[in-house]
Design a protein around this ligand. Structure first.
Ligand code: ATP
Ligand code: MG
Length: 248
């Protein structure tokens, strides 16, 4: 029988509070709260900790970001509400640009997100000036609009908590995609080149630390990484946890 939990763990409550306060301060939209709920469910099923498969993906992501010519970190409301400091730190460590890119985008929300990133030390934020906007083909949503010196000309894009349509369009547009997605079955998780099945709150810190160590290496090279195989391991982990919980 499934054992119902009386209340979510302290960590997930803490993460939820960050999202709610991001909602109240105009970073996150209602749809972002729903997306967070989906993430919480999968976080529960992976055991609310970083798995060894997530670590493998983080290692591949770190090498790919460092070796990229023009990496970009794409930021939406949820990502900005959950880890603004880490976004800025990662951009510095791997020398990536930061671009604000929203599904439900208003100029005001873009500015709110940019302000939070600036407060956390970001110097340059792309995606704010319509004069520099270009469009990704084969995409209907507002997210087809990208910055010409950011995502438009990037070789590698980190797009956490991303919608499947956009990930698919970015892939078709020739970008190498790295994502954080707690749902190993989502279209984004299945389409990306490197999927980190972990909560961004935990995973970003590890990615930064890994990258700090990697950057010091003289001859950094890419370790072989099979995303489909790694995703299957995460799906197996969810199945094992479900079995364990239902037989406890
Ligand atoms: P897709 O469009 O890729 O098929 P979806 O429509 O279910 O997926 P979206 O709202 O488009 O989901 O994207 C949000 C994704 O981010 C979801 O898969 C959700 O599980 C995941 N997610 C939510 N919160 C977090 C978090 N804190 N860390 C990592 N992933 C998260
Ligand atoms: Mg979606």
């Amino acid at each position: 029988m499934l054992i119902p939990r009386s209340h979510p763990r302290a960590t997930s409550l803490h993460i939820r509070e960050k999202l709610v306060s991001g909602y109240k301060s105009g970073l996150v939209v209602e749809e972002g709260l729903l997306a967070h709920g989906r993430g919480e469910m999968f976080d529960y099923l992976i055991g609310e900790k970083t798995s060894k498969y997530a670590l493998k993906a983080i290692k591949a992501a770190s090498e790919t970001l460092i070796l990229a010519k023009s990496p970009v970190i794409s930021v939406n409301g949820n990502f900005a509400a959950l880890c603004p400091k880490e976004i800025v730190q990662l951009a510095k460590v791997v020398d990536a640009k930061i671009e604000v890119n929203l599904f439900y985008g208003t100029e005001k929300r873009k500015r709110n997100i940019a302000n939070v990133l600036k407060k956390n030390g970001a110097k340059e934020i792309l995606g704010l000036d319509p004069k520099h906007s270009r469009t990704i083909p084969k995409l209907d949503s507002a997210r087809r609009i990208v910055d010409e010196s950011g995502i438009f000309s990037a070789d590698v894009v980190l797009v956490p908590l991303e919608d499947g349509d956009r990930t698919i369009a970015l892939k078709k547009f020739g970008k190498k995609i790295i994502t954080f997605d707690l749902n190993p079955l989502s279209r984004t998780a299945q389409t990306a080149d490197i999927t980190i099945v972990d909560n961004v709150i935990r995973g970003m810190k590890i990615l930064i630390n890994y990258s700090k160590k990697n950057i010091k290496k003289k001859n950094l090279s890419k370790t072989r990484f099979d995303n489909k195989k790694n995703l299957l391991e995460s799906i197996n982990l969810v199945q094992k946890n479900l079995w364990r919980m239902s037989h406890a």
